[in-house]
Design a protein around this ligand. Structure first.
Ligand code: LMR
Length: 408
């Protein structure tokens, strides 16, 4: 029967990572996968993570036992506070069910699976609306659990900013009760976020249409450098009384990429039986989790929990976040300045207007492929660059290469 299995294409992003690693050119530049790099293009273990690691390793009680099905409670509870705020009414009213997941991907999957089983509003479409463009994995995560997907406009090619009118129109035209995937902050791949006023407009349309918000929050602390501000959209929707879910990743903001530390949160809207609903949802999430991964991995969660539960370490984590977001902002400025200095055709203000880990450069697929073949520069075909791949040593080289391919 395996004879019938067709060859699948390689994952574009991980294929890019493999190609970069195999490239022997000393000039090669990795602007592909969204992973932070220091000024020497090296992975950066956050100093606060090193400290937490040492604390754990020196703990004579450290073992490798199973976590409960829903994960490490000291981690998931602080993770929910980080998103909702420590004085969140939803937390006080016990309207939040949190489950530790295989990072953000696992959280999106668990959320998708849960919705595919239980999101059954009479007459509702169950379609998940994704921003155009979005993180490529969203498409297959939701498709794989049997939910139909559709797109809403997001990026305005002309302004290289947000197409707020197009987005609102599409949300208004979608069938009532649609599931709307929203990037909480630092939109991937565009680096374009709605302002708080625009989030309010989006929320108004969604409330009128009774849409269901599914937030993906993979970059808290990377957009503004301020954890609370980066949770602003989620907190606004909660204030407005939405029932919603959140996929939360600690890969980027803790640099715990391979440890797969994340959470899925369900928040019930305020009602007299909200706590009871939440308990029932948690019980179903536990069944799904058990059948898929039994219980989540322990080490990354322990690292994050150690930091999140200690005042001094938490303060140090915020400093580490500023180091990362600050270096990225410096690279945005350097790249824009260099392109403007070279007189590269086009406008380049979007490089500094966009925020977070990525910039959507506007380079065409042909230009991207030329950058790869002629300059050993690796970026995704849609023109996205991971800003963290730029540093004081390669930003000139990159700008000159861009200048060349844009002029050809
Ligand atoms: C990215 O978009 O580069 C990251 O989110 C990594 C991933 O898993 O795709």
């Amino acid at each position: 029967p395996a004879d019938a299995v067709p060859q699948a294409p390689e994952d574009a992003l991980f294929g890019l990572m493999r190609a970069y690693r195999a490239d022997e050119s000393p000039d090669k530049v990795d602007l592909g996968i969204g992973a932070y790099r220091d000024d020497n293009a090296k992975p950066w273990v956050l100093p606060v993570v090193k400290k937490a690691d040492e604390i754990l390793r020196n703990d004579p009680e450290l073992n490798h036992e199973y976590l409960p099905i829903a994960g490490l409670a000291s981690f998931t509870s602080r993770a929910s506070e980080l998103l909702l705020g420590p004085s969140s009414p939803a937390l006080a009213e016990k309207r939040v069910a949190s489950v530790q997941t295989i990072s953000g991907t696992g959280a999106c999957h668990l959320g998708g699976l849960f919705l595919s089983k239980f999101y059954k509003v009479a007459g509702a479409s169950r379609t998940v609306y994704l921003s155009n463009p979005t993180w490529a994995n969203h498409n297959q995560i939701f498709t794989n659990v049997g939910l139909p997907i559709a797109q809403y406009p997001y990026f305005d090619k002309k302004t290289k900013g947000l197409d707020i009118e197009g987005m609102k129109r599409a949300l208004a035209d979608a069938p009532d009760h649609s599931i709307i995937l929203l990037h909480a902050c630092a939109h991937n791949p565009t680096g374009v976020d709605p302002t708080l006023a625009q989030w309010r407009e989006i929320a108004d349309v969604m409330a009128a249409k009774k849409h269901f918000p599914f937030f993906d929050c993979a970059y808290q602390g990377f957009a503004s450098g301020d954890l609370d501000r980066d949770a602003g959209a989620i907190r606004l929707f909660l204030e407005l009384g939405f029932e919603l879910v959140i996929a939360q990743s600690f890969a980027k903001n803790f640099g715990l990429y391979g440890e797969r530390a994340g959470c899925f949160h369900f928040v019930a809207s305020p009602s007299s039986n909200a706590t009871e609903i939440t308990t029932r949802v948690a019980s179903q999430l536990a069944i799904l989790q058990r059948s898929e991964i039994s219980n989540p991995p322990i080490y990354g969660a322990k690292i994050a929990s150690t930091v999140l539960n200690d005042k001094a370490l938490f303060a140090e984590w915020k400093e580490n976040l500023l180091t990362m977001s600050g270096r990225i902002i410096a690279m945005r400025k350097a790249l824009r300045a260099k392109l403007e200095e070279l007189g590269t055709p086009g406008t380049w203000n979007h490089i500094t207007d966009q925020i977070g880990m990525f910039s959507f450069t506007g380079l065409t697929e042909a230009q991207v492929l030329k950058l790869r073949s002629e300059f050993h520069i690796y970026m995704t075909k849609n023109g996205r660059i991971s800003m963290a791949g730029l540093n004081t040593k390669n930003v000139d080289y990159f700008a000159r290469a861009v200048d060349k391919v844009v002029r050809e």
